[in-house]
Design a protein around this ligand. Structure first.
Ligand code: SAM
Length: 285
């Protein structure tokens, strides 16, 4: 089977199957071999690895993954792509294509069955409309993971990597940075895809921490504090936490905690580091 990363080959497959792109599924297929090689290289996938690919499309990256990994499982929602994948991946016996919605699959159970609960690597050119639920789903359900190497919208990659005091810093930055080390490995322009997306893209690698970088005695409270702080970005932290979902502490308790942390009473949530949110959650417990 010809390499699909070359535009003519992708066009030939799409024509042969009379394939119509589904906008609702975020279908933008990669047509640049250099970008594909960069993703594979950044992912660090070897013949030891079990790889989960989310949204294989016509199998462009799946072909590379099959060459480099021990085993590949690829979950694709679009039924019309399944016969195409059967053909484009016919040369490989180390791949399983699963038709389904990644958000509805119990990945923990899946990893248990397919890889005996050992850590997997996730590699994907994600459908952008569900980037955050996919990533948070993988982290929060504590799927055994080594790393996630993904193509996402450029702005989203920047938000994941942002630090305190910047405009991109928010609940997503803190959530991702609690679970993983982040590294943007490439910026990818729209002309590397078919059809071209209306936004720039970036490849980001999230390497799962074996131990959390901060200590919180109540993860749930820490994330409730983070969400409340950024839901009302313009308010001071004290006012933002007042009456917020999942938070029962009073204003004087929050003020006292801030005093102990040597932070001003009018500090905004966006100025706090992950470590400070963890400390705050411990003081408010
Ligand atoms: N991996 C291919 C590539 O790089 O050319 C395709 C990437 S395309 C950006 C995203 C893919 O995810 C599409 O094939 C789309 O049908 C699939 N997809 C969208 N929503 C999905 C979902 N909920 N579960 C699984 N796959 C999904």
């Amino acid at each position: 089977m010809a390499i699909l990363g070359i535009p003519q080959n992708t066009i030939a497959v799409l024509k042969k199957y009379n394939f119509n792109f589904q906008k609702k599924f975020g279908q933008n297929f990669l047509i640049d071999t250099r970008v594909l090689e960069r993703i594979i290289q950044a992912s660090g996938v070897t013949k030891e690895d079990f790889v989960l690919e989310i949204g294989p499309g016509i199998g462009t990256m799946t072909q590379y993954l099959c060459e480099y990994a021990r085993e590949v499982a690829a979950v694709e929602i679009d039924k019309n792509l399944i016969p195409i994948l059967k053909e484009t991946l016919s040369a490989y016996d180390n791949v399983e294509v699963i038709q389904g919605d990644i958000l509805k699959i119990d990945i923990n159970d899946f990893v248990q069955k397919k890889n005996q609960g050992n850590p997997i690597k996730v590699v994907a050119n994600l459908p952008y409309y569900i980037t955050t639920p996919i990533i948070m789903g993988l982290f929060e359900s504590h799927v055994p993971l080594d790393s996630i190497t993904i193509m996402v919208q450029k702005e989203v990659a920047e938000r994941m990597q942002a630090g305190p005091g910047t405009k991109d810093y928010g609940a997503l930055s803190l959530a991702v940075q609690y679970y993983a080390k982040t590294e943007i490995v490439a910026n990818v322009p729209p002309n590397c895809f078919m059809p071209r997306p209306g936004v720039g893209s970036a490849v980001i690698k999230l390497t799962r921490y074996r131990e959390a970088p901060v200590i919180t005695s109540d993860e749930r409270l820490m994330f409730a504090l983070i969400r409340a702080s950024f839901n009302q970005r313009r308010k001071t932290l004290v006012n933002g936490l007042n009456n917020a979902a999942g938070i029962t502490c009073s204003k004087p308790q929050v003020l006292e905690a801030l005093r102990k942390m040597e932070l001003p009473a009018n500090v905004r949530g966006e100025a706090l580091t992950l470590e400070q949110f963890a400390k705050l959650s411990n003081l408010l417990l």
